[in-house]
Design a protein around this ligand. Structure first.
Ligand code: ADA
Ligand code: CA
Ligand code: CA
Ligand code: CA
Length: 203
């Protein structure tokens, strides 16, 4: 909708919001993007090079909602501790979409991620990742723990559509558990790339 049409019918149009620095959501605070699209400048090119800056940094207990992250996706959303991401859409995932940087519980509700050259959720700490109704199209791994790290991770997936990718979960950790239900997949090479099949169950 163009701004003039929006004004004529009395609604606020969605907008592109340019940023030149990471948006920090302080501990316990909520950032409501109101459906707008963040366009980063100077934080990275959205390629697979490491060291790009995040679009959002979520401190412990932060909530990020109703926001689209446009290209370049840079290093996505960094989470320190607990966080909730709700109705967040990555239009073109950059190096990765979300990274758990320090131990916590992260809940993703009704999120969408598209065009991830490799990883979507990068897990670099112990944690619980609750994934509720996640739609991911074109990816390498939806969730990947860092390297050979033996992170203690619980992944609960309740509802999801995953299409065009290699794995939903790839880990080297024997201390990761996945529970899932209500998922639809198409063109995913191997759903669970984990040390032992016993780490994965439905519920
Ligand atoms: C790669 C890299 C790690 C870390 C990770 C990430 O796996 O080897 O050191 O940077 O990406 O968090 O994107
Ligand atoms: Ca990486
Ligand atoms: Ca991409
Ligand atoms: Ca990264």
């Amino acid at each position: 909708m163009t701004p003039d049409v929006a004004a004529a019918i009395g609604v606020t149009p969605f907008a592109n919001v340019p940023i030149t620095a990471t948006i920090v959501v302080k501990a316990g605070q909520t950032y409501d993007g109101k459906g707008n699209t963040i366009i980063a400048q100077g934080l990275g090119d959205g390629s697979q090079s490491e060291g790009q800056k995040p679009i959002f940094k979520l401190e412990n207990g932060a909530v990020l909602k109703n926001v689209k992250i446009g290209a370049p996706g840079c290093d996505g959303v960094h989470v320190y501790g607990n966080a909730t991401l709700e109705n967040v859409e990555w239009l073109d995932v950059g190096e990765d979409a979300m990274t758990l940087k320090s131990a916590g519980t992260v809940t993703l509700n009704n999120c969408i991620a598209q065009k991830a050259a490799d990883k979507v959720l990068q897990i670099n700490a112990d944690g619980t990742i609750n994934i509720n109704n996640f739609r991911v199209t074109t990816f390498g791994k939806v969730l990947r723990t860092n390297g050979s790290g033996q992170y203690n991770v619980t992944v609960n997936i309740n509802g999801g559509t995953f299409s065009g990718g290699t794995n939903i979960v790839r880990t080297e950790s024997k201390n990761l558990r996945v529970r899932y239900r209500n998922i639809t997949t198409s063109s995913v090479t191997k759903l669970w790339e984990v040390p032992s099949a016993s780490q994965v169950s439905t519920y």
